[in-house]
Design a protein around this ligand. Structure first.
Ligand SMILES: *Cc1c(COP(=O)(O)O)cnc(C)c1O
Length: 283
């Protein structure tokens, strides 16, 4: 890829005046490479997995259109990313909204559109409860949890430490019981989400966090006596080795670790969503 970029893409871009002294910056995506990567993602997991691309890894409209054309959905973390995903042609039901601090205004828009919604805290739960006012929503909604399984190699991008600020900290005070109570109160809570960290986390650490997610889902469903939680969103974070062209680890390596540590994901009893970003387009 690096070689063809220097020998073919760069001269062609200069010839086409995409790059000049007046316009010294351009972005290029290896579309064949991306198609191969997304193909390996689909091949690594069974069909009841749906794969959302984390838009923050590349928010260019052309990049979002590319991953959409390859059969991916989209994960967004701000109102701007949400609008960009809609402009790139994703259906609302193909989008999941993960902003860590959501205003009432944006919650309203997300619910009206029917975009998937991961709640970060109990205040957001109360806001959504008030907005829905007993009506049903087309959105799939649930909590993001922080399973507090520890940090990867990059502290700033680890989101499952004891004090990480994203999602409900599962092991703090009586949060676990409070979560179960919310699902009992609100039949519209049908999903659970976690994202252990972006880059620098081992596959075992990510799987340990997802193990906690599965156990909470099982506990909620058995407490309620029916399968209310039916979709598990396991986040992204597959580390990318930026220093070589070899892909290591690959999606199938991660799938194997998950199969060992969270076999429930593969039983077909839950629909499963992933949110890979860098590992889809970085190479
Ligand atoms: C950043 C992020 C992702 C994607 O992480 P990658 O390391 O790029 O795969 C997925 N979900 C959430 C909530 C994120 O913040």
């Amino acid at each position: 890829m690096a070689k063809s970029f220097c020998h073919q893409v760069l001269p062609a871009a200069v010839d086409a005046s995409l790059l000049s002294e007046d316009s010294p910056l351009a972005a290029f995506v290896d579309t064949d490479g991306a198609a191969a990567t997304v193909g390996s993602l689909h091949a690594a997991f069974p069909d009841h997995f749906q794969h959302a691309f984390a838009a923050k890894a590349n928010t260019m409209r052309a990049a979002l259109e590319l991953v959409r054309s390859l059969g991916m959905q989209c994960e967004v973390a701000s109102p701007g990313e949400l609008e960009q995903a809609l402009r790139a042609g994703f259906e609302p039901a193909q989008i999941v909204f993960d902003e860590p601090a959501k205003t009432v205004q944006v919650l309203k828009r997300v619910l009206e559109l029917g975009v998937g919604l991961n709640l970060d805290n109990f205040q957001e739960f109360e806001r959504v409860q008030a907005l829905l006012g007993g009506t049903e929503s087309a959105s799939s909604i649930g909590f993001r949890i922080n399973p507090q399984v520890g940090s990867g190699d990059i502290a700033a991008m680890s989101t499952a430490t004891r004090f990480s600020k994203f999602g409900v900290a599962l092991k703090d005070a009586d949060n676990r019981q409070k979560l179960i109570d919310c699902y009992a109160r609100a039949p519209w809570l049908t999903t659970l989400h976690t994202h252990i960290g972006s880059q620098g986390c081992s596959l075992d650490l990510m799987a340990a966090g997802i193990r906690e997610l599965v156990e909470l889902a099982e506990e909620i469903n058995s407490t309620l006596g029916h399968q209310q939680v039916c979709l598990l969103d396991i986040g992204g974070g597959l580390p990318v080795n930026f220093d070589s062209e070899e892909v290591k680890p690959g999606f199938s390596d991660y799938a194997q670790v998950l199969q060992r540590q969270a076999p429930e994901l593969f039983s077909g009893r839950y629909r499963v969503k992933t949110e890979f970003g860098r590992s889809v387009l970085a190479k």
